[in-house]
Design a protein. Structure first.
Length: 237
């Protein structure tokens, strides 16, 4: 087992410190796993990344501080790298359903990690992962396709389905609401949705309150039940 940029004692200390700070264990460094690891590192979240392929480990070791070459399906190998210390893990194995399920089972049943997310390669794979107790199943291509379809169907710039009873919509501020304070519009009372933030042209999203006045070209982010958001979007056209 090879560990980049660390002696074994240094790596053990780094893993213990990372786990204590709510770090994330990532198993599998395909395109999804690598992108996830890099994204978390960029947000200053400690990551221990694992892959069976030593070439992959060496390639990413310059950008991901703690990266280990080991078998992500082996409880013995994972215990050697301190996997049981983590409270959050992601199984990002991208090419082998059996390996993905075995890895998830080790993390859930043997190590009792409370939050385990996993990438699914198909709907059947997703069902298996759900049955073994994965906290959340991720299907990047499927999820993005659904999200894009919802955005197009609703004529909004983005649509994010959080759960059955809650969603977020990003859209351009409707012309009928421009120049008036949100508190005077009665949107929440009429539709049951809330404008939680706005984004001026070329700017960044910022919190919206009752005194916020919508301006031309601004994007708004709304939260609410899917059917309530749909009613607002239809009326806003």
């Amino acid at each position: 087992m090879a560990i980049s940029h660390h002696t074994n004692s240094q790596a053990n200390k780094a893993r213990e410190q990372a786990a204590n700070r709510g770090a994330v264990l990532i198993i599998g460094l395909g395109r999804f796993g690598e992108a996830l690891a890099r994204g978390l590192v960029e947000q200053n979240i400690e990551v221990l990344a694992v892959d069976f392929d030593e070439e992959i480990v060496q390639r990413v070791s310059g950008d991901i501080p703690n990266v280990v070459q080991c078998d992500g399906t082996s409880s013995r190998a994972l215990r050697q790298i301190g996997a049981e210390q983590f409270s959050r893990a992601v199984v990002a194995i991208a090419t082998n359903i059996e390996a993905s399920v075995l890895s998830a089972l080790v993390l859930i049943d043997e190590f009792k990690i409370p939050m385990v997310w996993a990438k699914a390669l198909s709907l059947d794979h997703a069902k298996i992962l759900e049955r073994v107790g994965v906290t959340r199943v991720i299907q990047p291509e499927h999820d993005m396709g659904q999200r894009t379809a919802m955005s197009i169907a609703r004529r909004v710039t983005d649509y994010f389905h959080v759960e059955d009873n809650f969603a977020l919509v990003e859209m351009e501020a409707p012309k009928r609401y421009l120049g008036r304070a949100l508190g005077d519009l009665g949107i929440r009372n009429k539709y049951g949705v809330t404008i939680v933030s706005i984004k001026p042209p070329g700017g960044e999203f910022q919190h919206a309150d009752q005194t916020t006045i919508l301006q031309p070209g601004e994007l708004i982010l709304l939260a609410g039940k899917p059917e309530s958001l749909d009613a607002f979007v239809v009326d806003a056209e």
